[in-house]
Design a protein around this ligand. Structure first.
Ligand code: GDP
Ligand code: MG
Length: 453
């Protein structure tokens, strides 16, 4: 594996521009990754077309191979669509209370989110109030009250126990009432009681329908919210586009919250929604607990959708730390068959510079299948390897083929290792040299690694 990595980073090409054949293989991988992540087909099409266009004619980077370079472009584009690379903060009102309205299909996670948002805001010094405007479903009010209690955030609801300005009091379990009126009254109540953020939970339906949309719109118009957050189940997959479009037209939401981003889902819905509506994603809900909630980070989501581990971090590190000059020299030597153990040691140093070996290997996509070898890999292995090489004469390092039996014994003695250790190293070096030679003569990539093979 060490050898493979060393080889991978030596994978320089001396062409001027990325070519179509460089790009298309990687684009195919990207398309598959996006579809696997349940990004809508239309979005995948337009996205890959844009990436392809940008990649074509991009200058060849000295430090990255073409596949890596395309992945880098993909990531930049993805991050852009998901939020221009910056986290979008909540919009607070100049004059409190800030009003946040939640909209979305039934089961999307609105009520759960109300509790999380309340808890999170309270934790950052706010005094939030939850408002029960889902008067559609029996128990919806009770559910919000349970959530509020857990988060230790008060709930405004049309029922006895919470003081409202309203006279038509409804008991939980048989909520009817007028959600628009409740919403309006809750704002007055918040002003009076000095709550600085009002979170309005609304009703959803199983599918998009006009009555639901009208109610949401009426609530919105009654309270003039600072944010209308569209909550969408990240597992909804291909339906995400249509639902998002409908809510965008219906209530013109200001931001998106992706819920149920826990578990296996790769969250392709994020890309679908963001690219179809152009609206920012603010938060992610990642479980049923109060604290399973986070500010949305476009860059992290991009790599999650691509399922490339932290390959992008790896690429950045490689770019930053790769010593291009040294690499070019090594390249020349390789192609002339003069790559020796002294060059090998320099490459080991490059790998070491990239950080802990295990972490590094964990970052490479497709490496999961090598988990056992990775776990068995010892960081000190590099130290041992170097010790053996340092125990050789300069001539032996330059030209390992002269290392016969008696030289092996001497080297082993010199570094305190066994002859078997020395043999193993030389075998590995020979394989690596072969592979590097193959790479430098055209073939490229890490064999067996998707997108890199
Ligand atoms: P609403 O109809 O939009 O108000 O949705 P709810 O808040 O009632 O959530 C519907 C179901 O999804 C409930 O069983 C929640 O516990 C669950 N749920 C909500 N958010 C999440 C989440 O982020 N992760 C998981 N795993 N479940 C969630
Ligand atoms: Mg609800």
């Amino acid at each position: 594996l060490t050898d493979r990595l060393t080889g991978a980073f030596k994978n320089l090409r001396s062409k001027g521009k990325l070519t179509e054949s460089d790009i298309d293989g990687t684009i195919r991988e990207i398309r598959r990754a996006l579809l696997d992540a349940d990004v809508s087909l239309d979005v995948v099409r337009s996205f890959t077309a844009r990436v392809r266009e940008r990649a074509l004619g991009a200058e060849v980077s000295e430090a990255l191979n073409p596949a890596q370079q395309v992945v880098k472009i993909v990531n930049e584009e993805l991050t852009n669509i998901l939020g221009a690379g910056v986290d979008r903060p909540l919009n607070f009102a100049k004059n409190p209370p800030t009003v946040i309205m939640l909209a979305g299909l039934q089961g999307a996670g609105k009520t759960t989110l109300a509790g999380k948002l309340g808890y999170w805001l309270k934790d950052s010094g706010h005094t939030p109030l939850l408002v029960a405007c889902d008067l559609q479903r029996p128990n919806a009010v009770t559910q919000l009250q349970v959530v509020g209690e857990r988060a230790d955030v008060p709930v405004f609801a049309p029922e006895p126990g919470v003081q409202t300005a309203s006279s038509d009091v409804v008991s939980p379990g048989q909520a009817t009432g007028d959600p628009v009126k409740v919403a309006r009254e809750s704002i007055e109540y918040a002003k009076r009681k000095l709550y600085d953020v009002v979170i309005i939970d609304t009703a959803g339906r199983l599918g998009v329908d006009e009555e639901l949309m009208k109610q949401a719109r009426d609530i919105r118009d009654a309270v003039n919210p600072n944010e209308v957050l569209f909550v969408i189940d990240a597992m909804i997959g291909q339906d995400a586009v249509n639902t998002a479009k409908a809510f965008d037209e219906g209530v013109d939401f200001t931001g998106v919250v992706l819920s149920k981003l826990d578990g296996d889902t790769r969250g392709g819905a994020a890309l679908s929604v963001a690219s179809v509506t152009g609206k920012p994603i603010l938060f992610a809900s990642t479980g049923e607990g109060l604290k399973d909630f986070e500010v949305f980070h476009p860059d992290r989501m991009a790599s999650r959708i691509l399922d490339m581990g932290d390959v992008l971090t790896l690429i950045e590190q490689a770019q930053r730390q790769f010593d291009e000059k040294q690499a070019r020299e090594a390249m020349t030597k390789m192609s002339e068959g003069e790559f020796g153990l002294d060059d090998f040691i320099e490459q080991l140093e490059q790998v070491r510079k990239l950080g802990s070996m295990k972490k590094l290997l964990g970052m490479i996509p497709g490496m999961a299948q090598y988990r056992q070898q990775i776990d068995a890999l010892d960081e000190r292995e590099i130290d041992r390897t170097e010790a053996i090489i340092y125990s050789m004469t300069p001539e032996e390092r330059r030209n390992p083929s002269i290392i016969n039996g008696s030289r092996r014994a001497r080297i082993a003695y010199g570094c305190g290792r066994t002859v078997t250790d020395v043999n193993n190293l030389l075998d590995r070096f020979e394989q690596a040299a072969k592979m590097m030679k193959r790479m430098s003569s055209g073939a490229r990539g890490i064999p067996g690694v998707p997108g890199y093979g």
